[in-house]
Ligand binder design. Structure first.
Ligand SMILES: [Zn+2]
Length: 286
């Protein structure tokens, strides 16, 4: 009896110690702003911000259903659905799913939303294998996510149509092989706006460009993307991360509708110049 109790106590103590050790050793979320909530709002016309504090997700509403661009992390799906409802829309009305790049911080919730809505997933051809294998074939990162069933492959310049919406997909590879941006018009009671949702070509790999056999054309892809992005004209500029386009300096929760806050070509040009410098330094690595 005595022996049994000792063993039992030992087991309890050990289990407690183990649970403690787990809590202590669990890595701290390196990006708490990725999953922090953010108040959804109308950006311009039928374009809305429904993402988290930093992971931008965009809802474009039309008379034939809605388009969702990006999802944030898998655990943020409920938050995104709640954001959509807060704005007075129904997540079940999403018909088309798009992503600016197949990295886990933008696409991890896609499979769940696809199951919930039956929406069609459309992907830049360059990211098709990564989307289908949940990030396992990514050339740089190993942050996996649930694979997504692809309904349509998009090539540079392809148009995505739903109701009145017409989005042109622009192939902007480098960050991933199929990173892309979307260019489209929205309008409100006052005027129409040309909107660019840009995937900014930040560099993810720590390796030299010459040492990535999985992506031999990486340097020429970045060069192409930087060149093409500098040519674009638009009224409003947004990006995959809210920090990239300065959401939190341009807009505060509760601000009234003000599309002009996002008309910032100078900010876009300045970030592109920084990225051009990063790229030039990277290709110099021998
Ligand atoms: Zn990324």
């Amino acid at each position: 009896m005595f022996k049994k109790s000792i063993i039992l106590i030992a087991i309890i103590l050990f289990a407690g110690h183990f649970a403690n050790a787990q809590t202590i050793s669990a890595p701290k979320d390196p990006h708490p702003e990725w999953s922090a909530p953010y108040q959804p709002f109308r950006i311009a016309g039928n374009l809305y911000y429904v993402g988290t504090y930093d992971l931008a997700c965009y809802l474009i509403t039309t008379s034939a259903g809605n388009i969702l661009i990006n999802t944030g992390l898998a655990a943020s799906v409920d938050m995104i659905n709640k954001n959509i409802k807060t704005l007075g829309f129904n997540p079940a009305d999403i018909r088309i799913l798009l992503t600016t790049q197949a990295h886990n911080d933008h696409i991890s919730g896609m499979a769940t939303i696809q199951r919930l809505t039956g929406a069609k997933m459309m992907v830049d051809r360059g990211d098709s294998s990564v989307v289908a294998d949940g990030g396992r074939s990514d050339y740089a990162l190993s942050n996996y996510y649930e694979p997504v069933k692809i309904d349509r492959l998009l090539n540079n310049g392809d148009t995505i149509k739903l109701g009145e919406a017409r989005l042109v997909m622009l192939h902007h590879p480098g960050h991933t092989k199929g990173s892309c941006s979307f260019l489209f018009d929205v309008k409100d009671e006052q005027r129409s706006y040309r909107v660019l949702i840009a995937n900014m070509p930040t560099i993810v790999t720590e390796k030299k460009f010459s040492e990535i056999p999985a992506y031999p054309e990486i340097a020429s892809d970045y060069a192409y993307t930087l060149r093409e992005m500098k040519k674009l004209t638009f009224d409003i500029w947004l990006a995959s991360h809210s920090s990239q386009f300065g959401l939190h300096t341009k807009h505060k929760p509760g601000d009234k509708y003000n599309p002009a806050a996002f008309m910032d070509k100078a900010g876009y040009d300045s970030l592109l110049n920084d990225l051009q410098l990063d790229f030039s330094n990277k290709v110099k690595e021998k």
